[in-house]
Each structure stands twice: as structure tokens, then as C-alpha cells.
Design a protein around this ligand. Structure first.
Ligand SMILES: C=C(O[C@H]1C=CC=C(C(=O)O)[C@@H]1O)C(=O)O
Length: 415
């Protein structure tokens, strides 16, 4: 939708947020339409629908272009926010591509419903002050007849690509590269994305469950959150699969925390985030050792990096500095991005790109679009993605098994 006035500037939006009684599970409020938007974490978060304004930047300056567009939208809007919590007032949801091609989008919904720390609100956004929407819940239709195409030939090809990457790393060309693979799913009936979203949010409450324009998933990795001057990033890299046996998983967690291959992979990712945030922050805290994050399918080495914003960067400027971190690109970044383009043979689309929301103050939360899938325009298919950090000691068979484990959340949600 174009919201440009004739002079090329965004139309002024009228925005009102007001507190409401708890409406129940946020995802259950989503209508069965493709404009549903979601960002939820442990029951809190925001969902939205309708399209008051949207913008689709591309190219390597897509983050800056989006930031400029957002500044104009904010400038032109009249906001009455009676709630004043992160996510209330004027917000846009967004999803950016991993690479420079088309597909990035920022959308300002017409209705947003949010919950945070027991307080709930509804926001209406439009060209004039409309009536407060009636909120209702509906039960999504589960996927039917799902088939996954994961041919042995494609699996072998990917293992051979990992082997080629290991050789290039061992020859000294680069230190780390993250390689991804995809699996296609098909459905008997057009997918109702609200069903996999509800399943993901229930099975992975510690992850951020998202949906923007057919791109959905449940990511454990927070690229950057900016809230009231505090900058936070959760860096993940280094993975071990869970076995389902708690005692065995505990001993695997201990071995992950000691694994030199995983610690090396993790260190590259933490360094890339700390270096990207340093120019914007004072008082940065970069813990020396990672902790082990337990998810139902895998365990990750994790480090929470924090800092205090020292310039006037909004969250999209921080996203621009951080993307692609070494958790999804590699080290050195430019070499890794080149090697990915040369050998991965995959259009990542929005997978491994930033996904999240921004508010009128420039605060917001952007995760990395992992454990995710892109639904086809006719909704009869979806492409699932998973990737692994490859370093000198990586074994192709282990990486293939790790990618399989990372596909489990979305696979189960679509089955
Ligand atoms: C690239 C992915 O995971 C990243 C995040 C956590 C752990 C990773 C790893 O151990 O390789 C990856 O860097 C993915 O899930 O597709």
C-alpha cells in the first residue's frame, strides 16, 4: 500500500493506544488473513493486522532507507498513547532479506493488540480516528496432508558443500562461514499460518515467534533490542542436539560448554556483535564465557551482550551495523558473505535476516529470522531453512544432523 501524499511524503496517520482487559492469547486474535503480523514471547508481545502503510526497500542500504521512511512516518503521525509501554503507540513490523535483493518489508498495521507484564492494550492506526475494533478469537485450521521434500541427493550435495567450505577454511581463506539448506513443504489446502504460529509459541515460549508477510518462525536469537537507551543482544553459535534423555542432555550440555570447536564458532559471533555495537555504546558488558541455552530440540552456547546507547541511533541503525553477524554470516564478514554467495546455491530470502518491530521513539526488538519458513504466495507450499556455522574442525555429517535438528520446530509445527 502506498501511503505517500502527492508531495512524496507519507500520509499523516492518526494513532491511538488504550488499555483493555486481558483479551486472552494474542495469537488467537489474529484474523485468517495474510496480513496477520506477530511478535510474541512467552505470552507477551504484539500482534497486528490490516495495512495502514508499508514500505519495501532493497539494496545494501535497505536498513537506512527503511529508517528514513520510518522517520517520515513518525514525523507525519499524530499519536495519542495512553499506555506508554514498549510496543504501544505507533509501530511497524518488519522483515529484511539476508542479502541485498528484493523482499524486505516494513508494515504499519491498522490494529495492534499487545500485552506486557500483565497490562494489555489495543492500538488503532489510520488516516482518521476510527472506532475501537471488536476483538474476537477464532480457531485456526491445522495443516493437512503436509509432505516434506528432503531428497537424499540434496542432502549429499549440501554435505559436499560443507566439505568444500571446510577446505577453504583450512587453507586460510576465512575463519568461519555459516551455510544453510532448505526443505520444501507442500499442503493439501492453503496453509492457515496461525496454526503453526500457535504451535511454535506453545512449544518454544522462550523464543520469539514471528510472522510478517508469509515469513514465520520461532527464533531463539535476539539480534538487538533497544529500550530506553539500553541495548541488548543475545548471541547464539555452537549447537548440540538434544536426545530426549535429561541426564544425557545435561552431560552433553557440559561437553558443549567445553568443546573447542563450538567455543571458537561462538567467539567469532560474539566478537562480531560486540565490535558492531561498540561505536554506539558505552558501558558494554561482554561476558567472557557463554552459558548453555536449553531449547526443546537443541542446546546452544549463548552470550547476552549489553550496553548503554551513547548516540542517537534508533534500533534500525543498530540492525544495520550488526547484520550479518557471524552467527549467520561468518568471519571475516565480507569473505563469508562472498563464500556463501559462491557455494551455498540457495536464495535465503528473509531467512537469517532481521525480523521484528520498531516504535515511534526508535526503540524496538529485532531477532534473526531463524527456525523459520517462507510460505508461498498461493499458501500451498513453504520453504523451511536451517544453517550451521562451519569452522576448520567441522564434520559434514554432524552439520547435516545439526541442520536437521534446527528444522524440527517448523517441521513439527507444519506436520
Ligand atoms: C544459522 C542458524 O543458527 C545459528 C544460530 C545458533 C547456532 C548456530 C550454530 O551453532 O551453527 C548458528 O550460528 C540456524 O538456525 O539456521
Amino acid at each position: 500500500m502506498s501511503t505517500l501524499a502527492t508531495d512524496g511524503r507519507p500520509e499523516p496517520l492518526v494513532v491511538r493506544s488504550r488499555e483493555i482487559e486481558d483479551p486472552g492469547a494474542l495469537l488467537a486474535l489474529l484474523p485468517p488473513t495474510s496480513d496477520a503480523l506477530a511478535w510474541v514471547h512467552g505470552g507477551d508481545g504484539i500482534v497486528g493486522w490490516g495495512r495502514a502503510a508499508s514500505y519495501s526497500p532493497d539494496g545494501d542500504d535497505r536498513f537506512d532507507a527503511a529508517d528514513d521512511w520510518w522517520a517520515e512516518v513518525v514525523d507525519a503521525s499524530v499519536v495519542r498513547d495512553e499506555v506508554e509501554l514498549p510496543g504501544s503507540g505507533l509501530v511497524a513490523f518488519g522483515s529484511f532479506t539476508f542479502a541485498d535483493g528484493p523482499g524486505s518489508v516494513l508494515t504499519v498495521p491498522e490494529v495492534v493488540v499487545g500485552r506486557r507484564d500483565g497490562r494489555c492494550w489495543v492500538t488503532t492506526i489510520g488516516l482518521s480516528l476510527g472506532p475501537s475494533p471488536a476483538l474476537s478469537t477464532s480457531t485456526p485450521t491445522d495443516p493437512s496432508g503436509t509432505l516434506f521434500a528432503d531428497e537424499p541427493g540434496r542432502r549429499d550435495d549440501w554435505a559436499a558443500t560443507v566439505e568444500a567450505a571446510v577446505r577453504r577454511i583450512q587453507s586460510g581463506e576465512l575463519d568461519k562461514v555459516v551455510l544453510a539448506r532448505s526443505v520444501d513443504a507442500s499442503f493439501e489446502e492453503p496453509l492457515d499460518v496461525r496454526s503453526p504460529l500457535a504451535r511454535l509459541a506453545s512449544a518454544y515460549p522462550s523464543c520469539w515467534t514471528f510472522h510478517v508477510d508469509g515469513f514465520f518462525g520461532s527464533t531463539p536469537e535476539m539480534l538487538v533490542r533497544l529500550q530506553g537507551g539500553l541495548v541488548t543482544s543475545r548471541v547464539l553459535a555452537g549447537t548440540i542436539r538434544r536426545t530426549g534423555d535429561d541426564a544425557r542432555d545435561l552431560s552433553l550440555a557440559a561437553s558443549l560448554a567445553r568443546s573447542s570447536k563450538d567455543l571458537e564458532e561462538h567467539e567469532y559471533a560474539v566478537r562480531s556483535v560486540a565490535d558492531a555495537l561498540a561505536p554506539h555504546c558505552t558501558g558494554m558488558n561482554v561476558p567472557e564465557s557463554p552459558f548453555v541455552l536449553h531449547l526443546p530440540n537443541v542446546m546452544h552456547l549463548a552470550t547476552d551482550v549489553t550496553g548503554v546507547l551513547r548516540d542517537d541511533a534508533g534500533v534500525l541503525a543498530l540492525v544495520a551495523s550488526l547484520h550479518p553477524s557471524a552467527a549467520v554470516g561468518g568471519t571475516p564478514t565480507a569473505d563469508a558473505v562472498r563464500v556463501i554467495a559462491e557455494i551455498e546455491q540457495l536464495d535465503r530470502g528473509r531467512y537469517a535476516g532481521p525480523v521484528g518491530w520498531i516504535g515511534a521513539s526508535g526503540d524496538g526488538e529485532w531477532g534473526i529470522g531463524l527456525r523459520s519458513a517462507q510460505v508461498a504466495p498461493d499458501r500451498r507450499g513453504a520453504r523451511l531453512f536451517a544453517g550451521c556455522g562451519i569452522v576448520a574442525d567441522s564434520s559434514p555429517a554432524d552439520e547435516l544432523a545439526e541442520a536437521d535438528a534446527k528444522l524440527i520446530p517448523v517441521r513439527d509445527a507444519l506436520a
